[in-house]
Design a protein around this ligand. Structure first.
Ligand SMILES: *Cc1c(COP(=O)(O)O)cnc(C)c1O
Length: 408
């Protein structure tokens, strides 16, 4: 494929579909869909790797960028575009670029926006694979990352160097639900000519819109709540149109981690129920947190929706609700944690989260096993820690399951 990049100059494809300023739930159901002449009601699935030109002249015009339109599904695909437009509208961003996974969204953002010699400041409490990517992969290409305590502004400040181009975080953190002050960190990033990048996987735009608090880019693992039913792997980056099209989309076209149209179609359907699901996940998690806190088997319970959470006020100023993830630190360390995991009957043992089905994970030996003891200590991954992704089952059944597993 030529260097000449027509899609970068095709504004009609980049602008989110015109949707009046309606409620988020309406946008989640309606945005991004432009019906074909067939008049279909559900979004069409364009399972095609390439697109046909009417003439040699048109093919040349598309490649030159003189005419907008599809060429090849690694570049653009109408179903993927519909998903991108819907998610961009939900996050309040100008543009969204869909990727093959959440990790490829992070990788593409870093590869597109950073060069050898640049520096990242990131929080300790990140998704385990993100730490591996920053610590083991990017360093081989000359991009260094300093890890700091998510909730400590002074440690972010102290870690910034003249070469710092990006601050990277998740809030709430995984799995100990520490909260970052987005407005303060956006101000800090901008004072140093750096970008604030927020992985908004846990909250989704239903509960938190980081761009409104000053973040520059939002990352998603669509695999989690955007799908919501544990079917497909995918990711996305949302932010300013020019930055994403000039840099991230160019990288994606050249490097290849584009989203499959089939997965985009599944995610589009997932977004239609996102508001309902996120409210239910949050209600169920809050119910369990209230019922479980203070139990003798539990040393600490982390859930930002509880008034007892040390950063509850900050969480409430940024989030509509606490979300579906809570974690328990059991007295009795790894034995107690594994016993709980093995005794649960309704919760599935899986590393995934954000599914309609409740899941349980032992971060220390699975999602975060590759972290060094020092790194684990920094982000609160102890042997006794168990992460629950609270699903959409009746919360009373979930409570019953947790009680029987804790008690026996
Ligand atoms: C799962 C996850 C990722 C990675 O997403 P994949 O779709 O699995 O590649 C990144 N960040 C967070 C917070 C996650 O939970």
């Amino acid at each position: 494929m030529p260097d000449d990049d027509p899609i970068l100059r095709a504004p009609s494809q980049a602008v989110p579909a015109a949707v009046p300023a309606t409620a988020l739930q309406t946008r989640a159901v309606r945005a991004g869909h432009s019906p074909t002449p067939e008049g279909e009601h559900s979004e069409p699935l364009f399972l095609t790797s390439s697109f046909v030109f009417e003439s040699a002249e048109q093919a040349a015009a598309r490649f030159r960028g003189d005419e907008p339109g599809n060429i090849y599904s690694r570049f653009t695909n109408p179903t993927v575009r519909a998903f991108e437009q819907r998610l961009a509208v939900l996050e309040g961003g100008e543009r969204c670029i869909a990727t093959s996974s959440g990790m490829s969204a992070i990788l593409s953002t870093c590869m597109a926006l950073l060069s050898a010699g640049d520096h990242i400041v990131a929080a300790h409490g990140l998704f385990g694979t993100t730490v591996v990517l920053l610590r083991d992969v990017l360093t081989r290409f000359g991009v260094d990352t300093s890890f700091v305590k998510l909730s400590s502004l002074p440690s972010w400040e102290a870690a910034i160097r003249p070469q710092t181009r990006m601050l990277f975080l998740e809030t709430p953190s995984n799995p100990t639900t520490e909260i970052a002050d987005l407005k303060c960190l956006a101000r800090l990033a901008h004072a140093h000519d750096a970008l604030l990048v927020v992985d908004n996987c846990f909250c989704t735009p239903v509960l938190q819109r980081p761009l409104e608090h000053g973040a520059d880019l939002v990352i998603h693992s669509a695999t989690k709540y955007l799908d919501g039913q544990g079917r497909c792997v995918g990711g996305a980056v949302v932010g300013p149109k020019e930055l994403l099209e000039q840099k991230v989309l160019s990288f994606l076209r050249g490097a290849g981690p584009s989203m499959s149209p089939f997965n985009a179609w599944v995610f589009l359907k997932g977004l239609e129920t996102l508001s309902l699901r996120m409210r239910a996940h949050s209600e169920h998690a809050l119910f369990l947190a209230r019922e479980l806190q203070g139990r003798p088997e539990i040393d600490k319970l982390h859930y930002p929706g509880l008034p007892e959470h040390p950063q509850h006020q900050l969480a409430s100023s940024q989030q509509q609700a606490g979300g579906g993830i809570l974690s328990l630190e059991l007295k009795g360390g790894r034995d107690a944690a594994w016993r709980l995991v093995n005794r649960l009957r309704l919760f599935s043992i899986t590393a995934n989260l954000g599914d309609a089905k409740s899941t349980v994970t032992h971060p220390d030996t699975t999602t975060h096993w590759r972290l060094t003891p020092g790194e684990k200590q920094q982000c609160g991954i102890t042997p006794g820690l168990v992460r629950l992704s609270v699903g959409l089952e009746d919360p009373r059944d979930l409570l019953h399951d947790l009680r029987q597993a804790l008690e026996r």
